[in-house]
Design a protein around this ligand. Structure first.
Ligand SMILES: Cc1ncc(COP(=O)(O)O)c(C=O)c1O
Length: 394
């Protein structure tokens, strides 16, 4: 680990910084790699990595059939569905749990639209931690089933995702749990920035012209911006790619803000889109997303349900990539960016595809799920005396 310091930027985001220089970046990769390859640019102290599951090192696909169908000869897919639970949330989970293992914390909590929770449930299971998840009652049953299959406790909140985040964060403070909430724990951004490092290396140590990125709470896009900034700070690159952020037309708070026409609450309908992973009413890192998009000269686009469906089919049939609707959003978003003159077909463009449709193979285990409104109900449901985190080896 390089020397780490912290700072908060104009948009209120917390950034960790390192004593940047080319030596922090690893030499050319030989063979398969994981995100720990970038250890000197992660806030993980020396010593063996304890997190037991390989994460990261996902392929950058050249997608020849998709390229010729779209007349886009330099289109790439960064296939984050190849992570253990099929999304980039596995990266954040790995780094947060690694931190928890080193600090001897036995319980991890997060709120989630679904994928971060699945990643947390499986990551915690592998590492021997307890996972306590908070979701909206609207969370897809297939994702909830996966969480309980991995042994997580799942608390459903009627008031929606924002209320689930508040409860999860309050529980972390009250009970001393590891807080993995995206946008709250800066380690999630540190972990997800490794996607930028991989893309640069996989393009032969070159930057693409643009990246198309799904935006829910925003850390995925903010992290890419930080990764590209760090390549520059290390003296390895001299510019940053444009970032195009994608939201669903049904829930596009940041697209509307970008366009200078902020949406009123009645214009945002998270339940109206199949892209549940990016249907967030109040993105946790919204200002930082808009700042990153502005800085790189990119833009924000919204995509329709039809666009999502066609994109998922095209990714499956012409790229061999199985993506859930929020995962396919970046192909639909690239098309929207081309239509709006924000991107050109001839440019080197990378689509970040994260999230595959999920099925557990076992039903939701009702004994591990409860609907709650308060922290007291959480404590009662978990059982008095069980709330102290089980000790794990330091
Ligand atoms: C499939 C999928 N895509 C994109 C996102 C958006 O990521 P972020 O919240 O970092 O903007 C999520 C978040 O849950 C997701 O599940």
């Amino acid at each position: 680990m390089g020397t780490v310091t912290g700072s908060v930027d104009r948009a209120g985001a917390e950034w960790l910084q390192y004593a940047y220089g080319p030596a922090l970046f690893p030499p050319e990769a030989t063979g398969s790699a994981t995100l720990w390859r970038y250890r000197d640019l992660l806030p993980v102290p020396d010593g063996p990595v304890r997190y037991p599951v390989p994460v990261g090192g996902t392929p950058l696909l050249a997608v020849p059939a998709l390229r010729s169908a779209l007349a886009a000869p330099r289109l790439w897919v960064k296939d984050e569905t190849r992570n253990p639970t099929a999304s980039n949330k596995d990266r954040a989970t790995a780094v947060v749990i690694e931190d928890g293992l080193r600090r001897g914390i036995g319980t991890i909590t997060t709120a989630s639209t679904g994928n971060a929770a699945v990643a947390t449930a499986f990551g915690a299971a592998a590492a021997g931690l307890r996972a306590v998840i908070f979701v909206s009652t609207g969370c897809r049953p297939g994702k909830t089933a996966l969480m309980t299959q991995a042994g997580a406790w799942v608390f459903q909140v009627h008031a929606g995702y924002a209320a689930a985040v508040e409860l999860s964060r309050a529980a972390a403070r009250e009970f001393g749990w590891l807080d993995r909430n995206t946008g709250a724990n800066p380690l999630t951004v540190e972990a997800k920035k490794t996607v930028a490092f991989e893309v640069w290396e996989q393009l032969g140590r070159r930057l693409p012209d643009l990246l198309v990125v799904p935006v829910g709470d925003g850390p995925t896009l903010v992290a890419l911006d930080k990764g590209f900034a760090e390549l520059e700070h290390c003296g390895l690159t001299e510019r940053r790619p444009r970032l195009i952020g994608v939201q669903s037309a049904h829930c596009q708070p940041l697209v509307r803000e970008w366009a200078g026409q902020p949406a009123t609450p009645d214009q945002l309908d998270p339940s109206g889109t199949a892209a549940d992973g990016i249907a967030v009413l109040r993105p946790a890192t919204g200002p930082a997303v808009l700042e990153a998009v502005r800085r790189g000269g990119g833009g924000m686009v919204a995509v329709s349900e039809d666009g999502l469906r066609h994109a998922a089919l095209a990714l499956a049939r012409r790229a061999g990539v199985s993506a859930e609707p929020a995962g396919a959003a970046t192909l639909a978003g690239w098309q929207a960016a081309v239509d709006q003159g924000l991107a050109d077909r001839s440019e080197c463009a990378v689509l970040l595809v994260t999230g595959r449709e999920k099925a557990a193979g076992t039903p939701v285990d009702p004994s591990r799920v409860a609907v709650v409104e308060t922290l007291d109900q959480v404590a009662r449901a978990l059982g008095a005396g069980e709330l102290a985190a089980p000790a794990v080896g330091r």
